[in-house]
Design a protein around this ligand. Structure first.
Ligand code: B1M
Length: 211
């Protein structure tokens, strides 16, 4: 669809005014906001990542395009969360791991979890394992979810598993991992309870873990 293509372009062109307009149009004209985020804006930011990886765009542009993405997603988020169910099905503590500032994807996961009536404590980004565990204990979380976007910070997902085990806490929580470098194989290897490839799967897996 044309609106999806336009959403992609706004990210590649770092055009915030147009991105915001597309988000508003999505709502006004009744397009599916989740579809516009995942096939449109997210696709665009991944393309930016590829160009960045190949040295065809540089960090300032990547930063700018993330800001454009965030501005657009923020508008759609509000609408997504409103459509959600109110009844609480469980609690998740979620964070981007220490040393990692990538939080766009986690933000989308958080919005979708909220639509399912899951209570979400979003601790933000660059969050230490100790802080994550502390919060999970404090709010008696059912699930601890971590997002990692760098191959280097992926290790923190293992650290969480290790720390939980070391402190005799592993049985108190279910764990879910995600982020571009994470895989089902990685989840199995570190002993996480679930892996999700995207936000929609994160919802499915979370609901499974809460059963
Ligand atoms: Co960075 N970055 N970045 N970056 N960045 C990547 C990850 C990279 C692959 C780009 C590249 O080189 N091609 C590369 C990592 C290489 C590697 O480790 N192998 C990279 C690099 C190198 C860096 C820096 C080191 C660059 C530098 O400074 N020289 C630096 C690191 C900073 C740090 O964290 N310490 C850096 C910085 C940044 C920006 C600040 C500019 C910006 C982040 C802005 C922000 O998030 N606030 C940024 C961006 C935007 C990206 C790319 C282009 C896009 C990430 C993104 O938002 N994707 C990324 C390239 C890529 O991923 N292909 C890249 C869209 C988002 C919707 O998808 O995050 O995958 P994603 O989330 C999905 C799923 O993964 C899943 O659901 C989400 C929604 O569908 N999911 C979960 C995510 N978390 C989940 C948790 C779950 C379940 C599912 O359960 C708990």
């Amino acid at each position: 669809e044309e609106i999806i293509q336009e959403a992609r372009e706004t990210i590649l062109q770092c055009d915030q005014n147009r991105a915001v307009k597309i988000a508003e149009r999505t709502l006004a004209e009744g397009y599916d906001p989740i579809e516009v985020i995942s096939s449109g804006f997210s696709y665009g930011i991944r393309q930016m990542g590829e160009l960045f990886g190949r040295g065809e765009v540089f960090l300032p542009q990547l930063i700018l395009s993330s800001e454009v993405m965030k501005a657009a997603v923020q508008i759609l988020d509000a609408a997504i969360i409103q459509t959600g169910s109110k009844q609480s099905k469980g609690t998740i503590v979620i964070a981007t791991v220490e040393g990692d500032v990538h939080d766009i994807g986690k933000g989308i996961v958080v919005s979708l979890l909220k639509t399912q009536g899951i209570q979400v404590y979003d601790l933000g980004r660059d969050v230490s394992t100790a802080t994550i565990i502390e919060k999970a204990l404090e709010v008696k979380a059912d699930i601890i979810g971590t997002s990692a976007l760098l191959t280097t910070t992926l290790m923190s997902q293992k650290k969480l598993e290790d720390e939980l085990r070391k402190n005799g806490l592993r049985d108190q929580f279910k764990t879910m991992v995600g982020g571009a470098p994470a895989t089902q194989r990685w989840a199995d290897r570190i002993g996480a309870d679930a892996y999700a490839e995207d936000a929609a799967e994160a919802v499915t897996k979370a609901l499974m873990l809460l059963k």
